[in-house]
Design a protein around this ligand. Structure first.
Ligand code: SF4
Ligand code: SF4
Length: 193
């Protein structure tokens, strides 16, 4: 005879939920189903205070197929990819990679980032690497500030950094810049090689 718990129907996830979780798992190369909600990642994430949904809750929402909620959260843009959570997880869930995957899906779907300045900064860094093969911090800061229409905040910090020679006025380019640019072509699916 079945016990009462055996008679309870198991939680049935919709096809949409499974598809969304599978896509996240595949992009992140991790298994979100392994999370048993121990909250270790929540307790160690240095940026959790600035997130609207905690990292473990993001995983649960992914499994439940709550894609709109997850993809519109500030959490996926607040995460800096430090992987503190991934290294501490007893179930080997790579939360940092999950956040990457969710940002990628949000961009594919044309969902405006809940924190647009993060994407502006990200693109400024990538543009610099594509141009020089390394980052030119002064140009990154100027591009970021112009796109954000915020030229004058942090001016004091910038001037101090210039005075201490922490910012190079002119960029330097790596010798084999074409190899770096080829990486960008591969990632855009435009490799001719
Ligand atoms: S540390 Fe791992 S198992 Fe624990 S809540 Fe976070 S993702 Fe889940
Ligand atoms: S990778 Fe993201 S979620 Fe994980 S600890 Fe760092 S900021 Fe928090």
């Amino acid at each position: 005879m079945n016990s009462p718990s055996q008679n309870k129907p198991a939680l049935k996830l919709s096809r949409h939920s499974r598809d969304f979780a599978n896509k996240v798992n595949s992009l992140a190369h991790t298994d979100t189903r392994m999370c048993f909600q121990c909250q270790a990642c929540y307790n160690t994430c240095p940026f959790v205070g600035a997130m609207d949904v905690t990292p473990p809750a993001i995983l649960r929402l992914v499994l439940l197929g709550e894609d709109k909620l997850v993809l519109n959260s500030t959490t996926i843009w607040t995460c800096v990819g430090c992987h503190t959570c991934s290294t501490i997880c007893p179930q080997n869930v790579d939360m940092g990679a999950v956040m990457d995957a969710l940002r990628q899906i949000a961009l594919e779907r044309g969902i405006a980032p809940a924190q647009p300045e993060v994407l502006i900064f990200h693109n400024a860094i990538l543009d610099s690497i594509k141009k020089y093969g390394r980052t030119h911090k002064l140009e990154i800061m100027l591009r970021y500030k112009m796109k954000n229409l915020d030229l004058f905040s942090d001016m004091d910090v910038g001037l101090k950094m210039l005075a201490k020679r922490k910012l190079d006025m002119l960029p330097s380019r790596v010798k084999k810049i074409e190899q770096v640019r080829r990486l960008f072509s591969y990632s855009n699916g435009k490799s001719n090689g």
